[in-house]
Design a protein around this ligand. Structure first.
Ligand code: BGC
Length: 747
């Protein structure tokens, strides 16, 4: 959300009245005081250390830890916010006890707001792009880079970790999430969070839960049955939390089955804290808190960005006994425990110069792993430098940059928006930002002897004329997404479908590079020779794309979500929009007050239930454009020798061979269908492994399957249940290409 800095008047007040200044003037004293506290003994457990601090705290100090210090437009501002590092949130330090401030920054695909703070951040491929790599080590590297750059910029918590399932692909935040499958999304987000926390920076997973559309997010009530929710959206969180032990869970704006997510006892206390044994703290999304007593009892630990509820009102409630002291202490304990557990207390952040060149390299390598080759007729790709004499590079802004995802995920590009004069392009809410990574330059660098010419595509006829006179035409198309909006449709905007049609008519060697946040429709799919899905490609996107186009990198990404043929095939033909009364009314005062008070709900019913993504298309027998898990390579892979060993965690062993002439990496996917009595969709992903294979090489791969991934959620027993019966295991390179199959009985 946009934010403002407090004025100089406030700074003066702070300087006069607040003891915190002691720390600023004399930081060394603060540090040595911190070291001498008994809870600074690292041989004690995080719980023991947190409990010792809680005992020493006054009521005011406790309350101070449970809320942020405000954000213009979303809550009142505290004078203390002057100490903020410039990120989305700031929690005041307690020098007396050696508790540092919590400096929060959004960091979905890189650290946000560096532009206005005069700093630099790397933009990685979008989170969805990261998921398309199916590479858990890559996920760790993704999180580790974010953690390092957060530290370098003085932040100690990452507000990243988006894992809402792509139940509605027109959701404007699809690029911030990890696709449509809970096993892929949950394991990938866990590897990212592990990477962040390995840098001693608190990790966060969000938006819990079922915040699957942006339209009316502050009012919508999501209706879904418990079994479906547990087996889909909530399973992604369950896996992510179990595998990465994140410091924070951000509860979302929407209501779920009647209650706001941030005061939803079922989601917070019953599920997250009791069933899943989550030890960290729940923080509200920015402006998503709605009460004191109800929220506190339901399990909300911390309010952001301000203290509409968790300031004086919480204090009064504790004094009056409507919020028990033990409940308050638990909120505080959870935050402190997380700080100790992640190592933030023993290794506090220190600012440094970010490793810019190292960041560019990480971003390029991750993007090279994430690009998905969707079509490659007559092996048009990779392009042969020795033979190609002329290349037409076509498409909006393909001479200067590649598009990025907007909203609170937005990373600021160095020099400003690449399509504006250098230094002039501020990033502004709901305005598309192009990163200065130029497809034209990168392609030219790959083929220095070829004549490389550019046409923006503004006039399809001139673009087609250039294409006609070139050996190959490469068309860069985009679809921009952002928080705070949903897409009107999956079609490319700005007549780009027409542009592609015209270019493809003029040149049979047309390659389309798609920069999108999620799936798009492709009415021209059969007319072009090759298609690359590059997602939002990050700081080094154009080099990564060029490396794939010219074969320096063999593509290995696979789709983390289905590309449907048309919107008519989606579970819901259109997104339900909020009625007028469910939107803040600017004539009736400040929107944040109306949101905090609770806007009248409107209903969205996910009656497709567990049938998210491929499970929907499979069950409904709808043909798709490109299936979940699909992605081509410049080589081919052969699967053989399946052997399923039943047991508590069945193991699935098979051989993958690189049957072609280029080295590569194959994402081997394992699916299972459950006994018919379970009434589950035809199949589900239960495991995967990305295998590097030299040309001609074979490897035996074993995937251990977590029994939960084979189970259904039994609502009566409130637990996962493996239903005895016949399970078919299927293995292959996409959800629709599964050459190996074996049925086993599991009890
Ligand atoms: C977004 C969160 C983000 C927060 C802070 C909210 O609008 O939904 O994802 O972390 O703002 O910027």
């Amino acid at each position: 959300m946009p934010r403002q800095r407090p004025s100089a008047k406030w700074c003066l007040l702070v300087a006069v009245f607040l003891p915190i200044v002691q720390l600023l003037i004399c930081p060394a004293a603060g540090q040595s005081a911190r070291k001498s506290h008994p809870w600074m003994n690292p041989s004690l457990s995080p719980d023991e250390r947190a409990a010792m601090v809680v005992k020493e705290m006054t009521l005011d100090e406790k309350i101070q830890l449970l809320h942020g210090t405000g954000m213009a437009g979303l809550s009142p501002m505290s004078p203390l916010a002057v100490h903020s590092n410039g990120g989305a949130g700031y929690v005041v330090e307690i020098p007396r006890l050696g508790i540092p401030s919590i400096q929060m920054s959004d960091a979905a695909y890189g650290v946000r707001m560096s532009g206005e703070n005069g700093r630099y951040s790397t933009a990685l491929p979008s989170c969805l792009g990261g998921a398309a790599s199916w590479d858990l080590q890559g996920g760790f590297a993704y999180g580790a880079l974010i953690g390092r750059e957060l530290r370098a910029q003085g932040y100690n918590i990452s507000l990243g970790g988006g894992v809402n399932l792509t139940r509605e692909p027109r959701n404007g935040r699809t690029f911030e999430y990890m696709g449509e499958d809970p096993v892929l999304a949950g394991t990938m987000v866990a590897s990212v969070i592990k990477g962040v926390q390995a840098q001693h920076v608190l990790g966060d997973i969000k938006h819990y839960a079922l915040n699957d559309q942006e339209s009316g997010r502050n009012a919508v009530n999501v209706n879904i049955d418990k079994r479906a929710a547990r087996e889909s959206d909530l399973l992604a969180f369950e896996i992510g939390i179990a595998e990465s032990d994140p410091a924070g869970v951000m509860c979302s704006y929407n209501r779920v089955n009647g209650d706001y997510a941030c005061e939803n006892k079922y989601l917070l206390n019953d599920l997250l804290k009791q069933d899943w044994k989550f030890k960290g703290f729940v923080l509200s999304d920015w402006g998503a808190a709605h009460s004191v007593v109800k929220a506190s009892a339901a399990g909300l630990d911390h309010e952001e960005p301000g203290w509409i509820f968790y300031g004086d009102d919480l204090k009064k409630a504790v004094e009056a006994g409507t919020v028990p002291q033990s409940e308050l202490d638990d909120h505080v304990h959870r935050i402190l425990r997380a700080m100790f557990a992640v190592g933030l207390m023993d290794d506090p952040v220190q600012r440094s110069v970010p490793d810019v060149l190292g960041g560019l390299e990480v971003a390029r390598k991750l993007e090279e792993q994430s690009i998905v080759l969707l079509r490659n007729q007559k092996s048009q790709l990779p392009l042969d430098r020795a033979k190609i004499r002329s290349i037409a590079v076509i498409g909006p802004h393909a001479d200067v940059g590649m598009i990025s995802g907007g909203g609170s995920a937005q990373v600021d590009p160095p020099g400003g928006n690449a399509i504006l004069p250098p230094g002039k392009g501020q990033t502004r809410w709901l305005e598309p930002i192009w990163f200065p990574t130029s497809p034209l330059q990168s392609i030219w660098a790959q083929a220095p002897r070829a004549k490389v010419q550019f046409d923006s595509g503004a006039d399809p006829a001139t673009a087609a004329a250039l294409a006609k006179n070139s050996d190959v035409a490469i068309v860069f198309v985009y679809q921009w997404e952002s928080e705070d909006m949903d897409l009107p449709s999956l079609a490319l905007p700005d007549h780009q479908d027409d542009l592609i049609e015209k270019v493809a008519e003029a040149n049979p060697h047309t390659v389309v590079v798609v920069e999108s946040g999620g799936p798009i429709t492709m009415p021209w799919v059969d007319k072009v020779s090759s298609i690359l899905e590059a997602w939002y490609a990050g700081s080094s996107g154009s080099d990564a794309v060029a490396n794939v186009l010219f074969g320096d990198v063999n593509p290995s990404g696979k789709l983390p979500l289905t590309f449907p043929r048309s919107e008519a095939d989606l579970p819901h033909p259109s997104i339900v929009k909020p009625p007028r009364e469910s939107r803040p009314n600017f004539m009736q005062g400040e929107p944040w007050k109306q949101i905090a008070a609770g806007l009248p709900p409107f209903q969205v019913t996910y009656d497709e239930g567990v049938k998210v993504g491929y499970k929907w298309y499979d069950a409904e027998k709808k043909a798709v454009l490109f299936p979940f898990g699909f992605g081509l390579s410049y080589t081919t892979y052969a699967y053989s020798n399946l052997k399923v060993t039943p047991g508590k965690s069945p193991s699935v062993t098979f051989t993958v061979k690189n049957a072609g002439k280029r080295d590569g990496a194959e994402v081997a996917e394992v699916y299972a269908s459950l006994p018919a009595s379970t009434s589950e969709p035809p199949k589900r992903l239960v495991g995967f492994s990305k295998v590097a294979l030299k040309a001609g090489e074979s490897k035996e791969v074993t995937v251990e399957v977590n029994p939960k991934y084979l189970s259904i959620f039994n609502v009566e027993q409130n637990g996962w249940q493996l239903v005895p019966g016949t399970y078919s295991f299927m293995v292959g390179g996409s959800s629709e290409s599964l050459p190996l199959k074996q049925a086993v009985t599991l009890n």
